[in-house]
Write a protein that binds this ligand. Structure first.
Ligand code: PGA
Length: 262
């Protein structure tokens, strides 16, 4: 089990799904299913597309819901000639708390580099939001035995030159690329091995306190049926959920993983 100091964080990454009407419906349905006890036990962040964020924010604030608002992406500059991009401060103004950075789809389809991920992480922190920094290996890298070197390299790049008390506020999401949207999940033992290696790296680079406080999520085909076993691992403190977060019943069961323990 994750240490008491680290409240689990379950995040729903809606990707490019749901317009703002559909988004509101999903949040309302979820709110019927997730109880006060659930929110006391687990932080739940929702990451809609940009066009839905204002509507979801309004609903959360009007009805005093305990869902935490998230975004899927942002630019690292504060303003300027960056057609189509959104600045971190624009998200902060909408009460966004968590921003996903360096998702493998952004890295692979939109060419985001480790350097861009590091810059975004800095800008998100500066805007007083929490970055969820995604790392993970391809199937070829896994088969070649280079999972750890790939993942640790990405972690080092995102954390370099940051103070330990900054690192302790971060979330890292370990998402093996071959497990995203494929229905294939890393075994709990494999996921734990990589998440444990990430925490070990942070301990070596930023000290015990930072390593103890940092939250590490697993992502990649997380479902109600596999979440409990993943969450039972000592270095897994939450989940980044894609497909299953679009189904309110399934996502609520994921949030309630502690009630159907492995
Ligand atoms: P998935 O996506 O749960 O659909 O595999 C996870 C993610 O991309 O964050």
């Amino acid at each position: 089990m994750s240490s008491d100091a680290r409240k689990p964080l379950i995040s729903g990454n809606w990707k490019m799904h749901l317009n703002h009407f559909e988004a509101i419906q999903l949040v309302q349905k979820l709110n019927y299913l997730v109880t006060k006890e659930d929110f006391d036990a687990v932080d739940v962040s929702l990451h809609p597309p940009f066009t839905d964020i204002r509507s979801v924010q309004t609903l959360i604030e009007a009805d005093e819901l305990r869902f935490l608002l998230g975004a899927q992406h942002c630019h690292f500059e504060e303003k300027g000639a960056f057609t189509g991009e959104v600045a971190p401060s624009m998200l902060a103004k909408l009460s966004v708390k968590y921003v996903i950075v360096g998702h493998s789809e952004r890295r692979e389809i939109f060419g985001e580099t480790d350097e861009m991920v590091a810059n975004k992480t800095t800008s998100i922190l500066k805007a007083a939001m929490t970055p969820i920094v995604c790392v993970g290996e391809t199937l070829e890298e896994r088969e070649a035995g280079s999972t750890e070197s790939k993942v640790i390299g990405q972690v080092r790049s995102a954390l370099a030159k940051r103070a330990p008390d900054t690192v302790s506020k971060l979330v890292i999401a370990y998402e093996p690329i071959w497990a995203i949207g494929t229905g294939r999940t890393a075994t709990a033992a494999d996921a734990q091995a990589v998440c444990g290696a990430i925490r070990g790296e942070v301990r070596a680079s930023h000290g015990n306190e930072a390593a103890r406080a940092l939250r590490i999520q697993y992502g990649g085909s997380v479902k109600a049926g596999n979440i409990a076993e993943l969450m039972a691992q000592p270095d897994i403190d939450g989940a980044l959920v894609g497909g299953a977060s679009l189904d309110p019943d399934e996502f609520a069961r994921i949030v309630k993983y502690r009630l159907h323990a492995a």
